[in-house]
Design a protein around this ligand. Structure first.
Ligand code: CA
Length: 538
């Protein structure tokens, strides 16, 4: 009996030691070695929603897979909770470059003189000053000229929006028209630079930024009819009736009714000969009172027209992404062949998410999930084949700190964001935020989305639309991930709402965005002419 007990104890101790050993082994596996001065390729596209990347799942993952973008995550980390803090192009890019919210970097909106103050601190400048070679290719879209780069070649037409075909680039100050398709060309230029500069003397930090898949969604010639006549699936909320959200989600210019004929690749009738006339015909439908709800074919019902427009939109959008994915494949292949992959961190992201027919919309701006979430995948040599998934609450103001941390650069500027590199190198490192803060300002153009701020945590999202309405919304993200039911007047959520409002206030104070509503409104009303420029569109 005593012997049995002793044997049992010995077995138990043995098992305990064995499991402790396994536990230690697992944890030590989860620690990854920090790289010494790695190269960095930061790839960012424009308006690419995570639910149009196959490794994030969604209704297009089999129809329109993105094997090369997925590979970045398969050989590293796929982040599931990366959020934009002000969901439009320029402001998101400004936050990425500065590690600060819009109210700190001064770039609130694209319209009304939105132009980035290039004299302020940015992470590329810091890389440059710390011995890195720096380069930028593709879309910049900040209104001012890029600074902090040894070499740049960015889209410099249509207010830096760029064209898909035969785009004009600005190469180190000289404008040059290039023949071809933007996504392919931008990658060509980046690869040429890598071939010349990538393996010489010092490490590099390259920003490779695609115009695609931004409006006007023009695919490369070879992918124009990629999806043929098949009917692509509709998202669950395609027929959202906006009940309980009439003044917010229900009052926009971003439903299928607001596609213009140009987006739909239609040609003006021959009877219209003047450039102005033809342009007006092509642009009609952009905003309310300008021909919204036009029928692509006579005899169609409005319902048929909505579906027709969605099909055209989603096929072109996904076909543009096909080129992005192909070209990322070219970059990854080159890194492998040149063996630069062993010491190069590759990141893929987009400046914000996008509505792919979700809630009946295209475009972005709202704090709702589809545009709030940014795809973010990182190939960090040493984590190969780990397929790690990270769910920490990360925002675009954290990118600058993280990139500097990857390079071992101790920046001299105080940033609002934090490096999440420790979260990757040691998964046990868990001193991290549990909620995120959002603030959107631009109104009414484009798309008539009411200015709002809000907070999101693991379970709930609280939003306040404050400009010329006073509407609060609460969503229970676990029970209502599509954000259809606004619970703000539901008494059973009264305690949650109270707590969320307090947390929201705390975040506003923490980030220095604790202003009166009048002050917030005046930002939307202000023409930031003092920064200069005509502003940039969308
Ligand atoms: Ca964008």
């Amino acid at each position: 009996m005593i012997k049995d007990n002793l044997e049992n104890k010995t077995v138990k101790i043995h098992n305990l030691l064995l499991s402790s050993f396994l536990l230690i082994s697992i944890f030590s596996c989860q620690r990854n070695e920090r790289l010494n001065k790695p190269n960095i390729i930061f790839i960012m596209s424009d308006d690419h929603a995570a639910h149009a990347i196959s490794s994030y799942g969604g209704i297009y993952d089999k129809i329109a897979p993105t094997p090369n973008i997925d590979k970045i995550g398969f050989e590293g980390i796929r982040f599931e909770n990366v959020f934009c803090t002000n969901g439009i192009c320029g402001p998101s890019r400004a936050s990425i470059l500065t590690g600060k919210y819009s109210h700190r970097n001064g770039f609130y909106k694209n319209e009304k003189g939105g132009k980035f103050n290039k004299d302020q601190w940015t992470f590329p400048k810091e890389f440059q000053e710390n011995g890195y070679k720096t380069a930028l290719f593709g879309k910049w879209h900040l209104g001012s000229e890029p600074v902090g780069f040894d070499h740049f070649k960015y889209h410099d037409n249509k207010g830096q929006q760029g064209f898909y075909y035969n785009p004009i680039y600005n190469e180190n100050g000289n404008r040059v028209t290039e023949e071809g398709y933007a996504t392919n060309l931008t990658t060509d230029f980046a690869l040429n630079w890598l071939k010349d500069e990538g393996e010489i003397d010092k490490p590099f930090m390259m920003m490779l930024q695609f115009k695609a898949p931004h409006r006007s969604w023009e695919p490369d010639e070879k992918y124009r009819d990629f999806f043929g006549d098949q009917e692509l699936p509709y998202p669950k909320t395609f027929n959202d009736n906006y009940e309980g959200r009439e003044q917010t989600a229900g009052d926009t210019d971003m439903t299928m009714d607001f596609f213009n004929r140009n987006d739909m690749k239609l040609s003006p009738p021959d009877s219209l000969t003047g450039r102005k006339e033809r342009n007006k015909w092509l642009r009609s439908g952009d905003k309310r009172g300008f021909g919204e709800g036009w029928l692509p074919k006579s005899g169609m019902t409005q319902e048929e027209a909505r579906k027709w427009k969605y099909q055209r939109y989603i096929k072109d959008y996904l076909a543009c992404i096909k080129s992005v994915d192909d070209n990322i494949g070219r970059v990854l292949d080159y890194l492998e062949k040149s063996e630069l992959d062993k010491n190069t961190v590759v990141i893929y992201t987009s400046d914000q998410g996008f509505y792919l027919g979700d809630h009946g919309w295209f475009d972005k701006r709202f704090m709702y999930e589809e545009s709030l979430k940014m795809p973010f995948l990182m190939k960090y040599p040493g984590t190969k084949n780990r397929e790690m998934v990270n769910k920490d609450f990360i925002t675009n103001i954290d990118f600058a700190s993280t990139l500097l941390d990857i390079a071992g650069i101790k920046g001299k500027e105080e940033l609002q964001g934090r490096s999440f590199l420790p979260n990757i190198l040691d998964e046990n490192s868990k001193d991290w935020r549990q909620s995120m803060y959002y603030h959107y300002y631009e109104f009414p153009f484009w798309h008539h989305v009411q200015p709002h701020y809000g907070i999101r945590n693991q379970k709930f999202k609280l939003i306040h639309f404050y400009y010329n309405i006073d509407v609060w919304e609460l969503y229970d993200l676990q029970n209502d991930p599509e954000e259809i039911t606004n619970l703000i007047n539901d008494p059973s959520y009264a305690d949650v709402i109270k707590e969320m409002k307090l947390d929201l206030k705390k975040l506003q104070i923490e980030y220095g965005d604790d202003k009166s509503l009048d002050e917030f409104r005046s930002i939307t009303d202000t023409d930031f002419g003092h920064i200069g420029g005509k502003g940039i569109r969308e």
